[in-house]
Every structure is written in structure tokens, then in C-alpha cells.
Design a protein around this ligand. Structure first.
Ligand code: COA
Length: 369
């Protein structure tokens, strides 16, 4: 026997299936991959859309893709209500990772022979519209009711980066633009091109990345993604974290605890950002006491061997000697961690004996500041 409620659900499911759309139950099942669909009845997603993990879909999000088209959404994006993404008649839409799309409504529409590519940590808000054959580089932004057709916004650091000269291209204002290229650190607003710095004259000049940012609550999602992506790589050289660390709740607890320790001055934690604003490493000073602290670091597997570790350690050395008022640092490395030992020597550390950590021999390094 069916209840009236069941028959409503069954009818809704049939309507959606007939149109190639995921049913509300299937949308909820996306939670198994970390995709949070906050109201599955108001969210419309075509079966053909590829959705990466850890996306958040607010009520009223629509993502359509017909059988001739392609649409993929990377990990960790937040799609706010009023977002409509559509790839139709052979169009192609690719959205990268950790973008904020649609606060206040956004449309991304690719039709026949059109391809819209949106990089990582892009922000599209307040009625922005992307059409035609467009390329929105990492960290770029469209702010306001701008209808942008066939535009290219150069990649850069995301809007959270303090130096506007390093941020991705920005389109802002009201109206239509077509066929424009906006460079890194530039803004095209109300048809006048200019430097973003004009809007932020007091902003620091930090130059190109990698750069350090002191750990904050806002980094939580990106740090978890960084740790998850590189878990196997890190476990080869440092003790693996427990499974609980990689769950949203377990990670949130740990992150809060780290920030509490930092607030007490016992540690200084940092994320390392590359020139596109992606977290490529972490570098930390722990056990701060008597003018000294212990250095720790890790770099994403894909970004090793390119000087990221060295740049990060050199920057944290400057912070340690300056803002943190320390006079020496220690570090430890297992004897067979060639990369870590090379990094320590390259940044001025010298061997200062051995000790045992969890029953394993490690080499102790020391550096005066
Ligand atoms: C150790 C680690 C941070 C190095 O980061 P990185 O960004 O690759 O380091 P860099 O590219 O800045 O290289 C620093 C130095 O190490 C050397 N190096 C890098 N990888 C090396 C390797 N596998 N073998 C030998 N030397 C290596 C580089 O040549 C460079 O020296 P140079 O400037 O004299 O040429 C990274 O490999 C990592 O995160 N490993 C896993 C976690 C880990 O081991 N953390 C440290 C725990 S003690």
C-alpha cells in the first residue's frame, strides 16, 4: 500500500528521471562523497554532471547538462542559491576547486561549441553571468550584475590574498562586456580598466608566492583537502594521522585545538600558498618556550622539488627572528628523509645529535636566529 506522501515522492522521482535528473534521494546520497545538498527538493542536477567531493549546494542550485555536453565541478566549491550552470548543445563547463559561486545569483551558460573554464578559488557573485567561450583563471572574480561573454580573466591569488597586485583578474560593475582580457592584479569596472591596487592603496606589496599565511579558522576546509590529498605521501616519511583526523568533525576539533594553542602563543602555524593561492604546504613552529621552538613542515607531493619547502622555511625563519621574537630553532628528521635533511642544511640548520621519537632514531638539527 502506498501513502499519499510516497506517491508524491514516486511521481517526483519519475518526473526527474524522465528528464535525466538526479532524484532527491540520489542527491542526498551524494553526501557519501562529502557533497552537501542542503535541500534536495529545490536542487536540480543532471545525471551527467560530474561533481567532485566536498561541494556544498545551497537551495535553488540548478546544474544542467544534456547528452551532447560536458559539465564537471571540482572539489570543495560552494554553490549558493540562484546559481544556474548549464552546458547544452555540445557546450562544455568546467569548474575547478574551492570557488564561491552564486551568492546573489550567477549564471554560467555554455551552448554549442562554447567552453567555459573556471579555475580554482574563483568568486562569482551578485548576478554575474558567464557566457560564450570564457576562461576564468584561478583566483579571478566577477562581482555584480555583469554579463560577460567570451572573456578571459588572468589567474592570480584569490581575493583573500592581501596584495591586490597578485590577485586574479576582476570584472565588476553593471552591464555587458565581451571579448576582453583582464590581467593579473587588474580590474575592469564600469568599463574602465585599472589596477586593483587603486582600490586598496594601503595594501602590502608581498610579491609573488609562495607566501605564508598564519593559520586561521577560514583555512580549515582547504587544509583538510590538502591533508587528504597528500595523506599517502606524508605517511611515507612522517607518522600517519588517525582516520578520525580526516573526518569533518575530527578535523574541526583538531583545527580548533591548534588555533587555541596558537592564541596562547605556544605555537605558530602557517599555510604555504603558491602564486595561485592554492595551499601547497604547511610550516609550523611548535613548543615555543624560552626563545626557542621546533620547526615542522610538509609540502604537497605535486609541488615538491621546486623550492617551495625552502621558500617556506626561509620565510618562517624571518618571522621567528622578527615578529615571534625567537632566538633559536630546532628540527628533527629521520635519518633516511633525504629531502627533509637537505632542506634543513640548505636553510642553515646544523646537526646537533640524535634522539628517540616513538622508539625511532631521529637526527636533531639546530639553528641560531
Ligand atoms: C621535505 C619536504 C618538505 C621538502 O620540500 P620541497 O619543497 O620538495 O623542498 P625544496 O624543493 O625547497 O628543496 C629543498 C632542498 O632539498 C633538496 N631536495 C628536495 N628533495 C630532495 C630529495 N628527494 N632528495 C635529496 N634532496 C632533495 C633540494 O635539492 C633542495 O636543496 P638545494 O636548494 O640545495 O637544491 C617535502 O619533501 C615533504 O613535504 N616531504 C614529506 C613530509 C616530510 O618529510 N616533512 C618533514 C618531516 S621532518
Amino acid at each position: 500500500m502506498t501513502t499519499p506522501d510516497e506517491s508524491v515522492h514516486a511521481r517526483l522521482d519519475r518526473l526527474r528521471r524522465d528528464r535525466g535528473l538526479l532524484t532527491p534521494a540520489e542527491l542526498l546520497d551524494l553526501a557519501e562523497r562529502g557533497v552537501a545538498v542542503l535541500d534536495p527538493f529545490s536542487v536540480i542536477v543532471s545525471r551527467r554532471v560530474e561533481i567532485g567531493p566536498d561541494n556544498v549546494l545551497h537551495p535553488g542550485v540548478v546544474i544542467e547538462c544534456d547528452e551532447r555536453s560536458h559539465c564537471s565541478i571540482g572539489p570543495g566549491n560552494v554553490l549558493y542559491g540562484g546559481t544556474r550552470i548549464a552546458a547544452t548543445d555540445g557546450g562544455r563547463v568546467t569548474v575547478g576547486a574551492r570557488s564561491l559561486i552564486g551568492d546573489g545569483g550567477t549564471r554560467i551558460l555554455a551552448g554549442a561549441h562554447e567552453s567555459i573554464e573556471i579555475g580554482d578559488e574563483v568568486r562569482l557573485t551578485d548576478g554575474a553571468e558567464v557566457l560564450g567561450h570564457s576562461l576564468l583563471g584561478h583566483g579571478s572574480q566577477i562581482l555584480g550584475p555583469v554579463s560577460a561573454r567570451s572573456v578571459e580573466l588572468a589567474p592570480g591569488l584569490p581575493y583573500t590574498y592581501p596584495d591586490p597586485d597578485g590577485r586574479g583578474g576582476v570584472l565588476k560593475g553593471i552591464g555587458r562586456v565581451s571579448g576582453v582580457l583582464v590581467g593579473t592584479g587588474e580590474v575592469l569596472g564600469d568599463y574602465e580598466p585599472g589596477r586593483q591596487r587603486l582600490y586598496h592603496p594601503e595594501a602590502p606589496r608581498l610579491g609573488p608566492g609562495p607566501t605564508l599565511e598564519r593559520l586561521t579558522a577560514e583555512h580549515a576546509g582547504r587544509v583538510l583537502a590538502f591533508e587528504r590529498d597528500n595523506r599517502g605521501f606524508f605517511a611515507d616519511s612522517v607518522p600517519d594521522r588517525r582516520n578520525e583526523y580526516f573526518t569533518p568533525d575530527g578535523f574541526a576539533d583538531r583545527h580548533r585545538a591548534l588555533l587555541a594553542e596558537q592564541a596562547e602563543g605556544r605555537c605558530h602555524f602557517h599555510v604555504v600558498l603558491n602564486s595561485y593561492g592554492r595551499i601547497v604546504g604547511r610550516v609550523n613552529l611548535v613548543d615555543v618556550a624560552d626563545g626557542s621552538a621546533e620547526l615542522g613542515y610538509r609540502v604537497a607531493e605535486a609541488d615538491t622539488g621546486q623550492g617551495v619547502g625552502r621558500a617556506a622555511v626561509e620565510q618562517v625563519l624571518r618571522l621567528a627572528a622578527g615578529a615571534y621574537g625567537l632566538s633559536s630553532l630546532t628540527a628533527v628528521s629521520s635519518p633516511d628523509n633525504e629531502a627533509s635533511r637537505a632542506l634543513l642544511v640548505r636553510t642553515g640548520f646544523t646537526e646537533a645529535g640524535e634522539r628517540s621519537v616513538d622508539g625511532k632514531k631521529v637526527i636533531v638539527y639546530h639553528r641560531a636566529l
